[in-house]
Design a protein around this ligand. Sequence first.
Ligand code: ATP
Length: 445
Amino acid sequence: MEELVALCKRRGFIFQSSEIYGGIQGVYDFGPLGVELKNNIKLSWWSSMVYENDNIEGLDASILSNPLVLRYSGHEDTFSDPMVDCKECKSRFRADSIENKCPKCGSMDLTEPRPFNLMFKTSVGPIEDENNFAYLRPETAQQIFTNYKNVVDSTSRSVPFGIAQIGKAFRNEITPRNFIFRVREFEQMELEYFVKPGEDEESLDSWVQKRLDWWEKQGVPTDQLELYEVPMDELAHYSKRTVDIMYKFPHGTEELEGIANRTDFDLGSHSKKQDELNIKASVKQNKDSNSKLGAQSDGGDWFVPFVIEPSAGVERGFLAILNEAYTEEEVEENKRRVVLKLKPHLSPIKAAVIPLKKNNKDIVDLSTKIKDGLQSLALGRVVLENTGNIGKGYRRHDEIGTPTCITIDFDSLENETVTVRDRDTMNQERIKIKELQNYFIKSIK
Ligand code: ATP
C-alpha cells in the first residue's frame, strides 16, 4: 500500500485533499493521471452496461433531493453504523472495527454501541433551519427509483430492463481509512436492473457472473476475488440477498462491489408513500397509465418489479486495478524498473511521442505532427515527451502504464520510420510512419 500511495503522489494520480491546510480526513483529489484512469474505468463500465446491452438506459440525476426521498427509502432511519466512544480520549470508532479496548489510548472505558447516521446534511436556501435541508445522497440508486416512471414513459421500456448511473455519493464514515478504500466522498457505478418478481434470484446469479467477467477484463482476475454471501443479520434494510465481490486489497480482503436483491422494496415504498400523500405528480395525469410509480402491467395484472443492483465503488476499483497492475521487475543485474501493467484501455496515457533531440526543430516538428495525428483518433490522451532524455521518458511511461513509446530520430526524417517500444516486453521495433496509426489502434484495442 505504501508503494502505491507513493507512486500516486509522485506521478500525479492522487493527492490528499486540501493538503496545503493539513488535509481533510477521508477526502482525496485525483490528479492529472488519476482523472484519466478514473474516467477510463467509468467509461469501460458505462460501455459494458449502456452500450453493450440493448435494454439498459443511462441516467445522471442530482446529488441533492427532496428529503422525502431518503426518508421513504428508509435511509433516514436506518442508514447508520454502530459506533462507540472512548470515554478516556474521546475518540470514536466503528463498533465492528475494534475489540473491547480503545485502539488509540488502550482504555477499556468505552460507551455502548450507538447508531450513527452516515448521511451528510446541508441547508438549502438562505434560511438555515430544520425545514430547509437536504441530504447529500449516500448512494446514487434512489434517484433511479424516483425516475423509474419518467424513464419508462420516455423510452417505452418494459421489464426486464435496467437503468445505469455513475456519480458521487457521500457517507460520513466514522473511521475513513486505507487510502481511497473507505472515504467520505466517492463515486459509485450502479445499475438497477428491473425484473418480474420470481425472476429475481436467477437474475442476481447472472449479474454476479457478468460482474466477475468485467473485473477480469479490467485486469482484476477472478482468482484475486472471493464471493461473500452477506449473512441475514448483516443485510441492508432493503435487501433479501446480497453477494459481495471481495478483493484481496493490500490491507486485507474487503468488499469491492455489492450485488443486492433489493426486491420491490424501493419502488414499492415510494409508490405507497406517493399514494398516501396523494402527490399530484405529472406521471399521474395520464389516465391510461397506472398511477403507481413503479408498477408495470403484465397482461392486465399490475406488479411492482423486483430490482437487482450491482453497485461498485470507483475508488475501490481504482485501487484494485492499480494494485494488480503494479509490478517491479529486474531488468538487468542490479537494475529494477517499476511498471504499471494496466490494460491499455485503462492507461491514462495511450502513447508518448519522444523526440530524440529536444532542440532539433525538424525532429520536434515531425514528432508534433505524429502526436497530433494519433490524438485526432480520439482514443485517449497522447503526449509529446520533449525532455531530450529517452531513458527517462521510458522510465516515466513504464511507471504510469503507457502502452507504447514512439521515438523520432534523425533516421525518421530520412526514411519515414520510427521506433516503437512496448511497455511490457520492452521490445523495440522500427516501423513506417504510415503504419503507425494501425499499430497504435491495435495496441489499445
Ligand atoms: P462497507 O461495508 O465496506 O462499508 P457497504 O456495504 O456499505 O460497504 P454498499 O452500500 O454496498 O457498501 O455500496 C456499494 C459500493 O460502494 C461498495 O461495494 C464500495 O465499492 C463503494 N463504497 C461504499 N462505501 C464506500 C466508502 N466509504 N468509500 C469508498 N467506496 C465506498
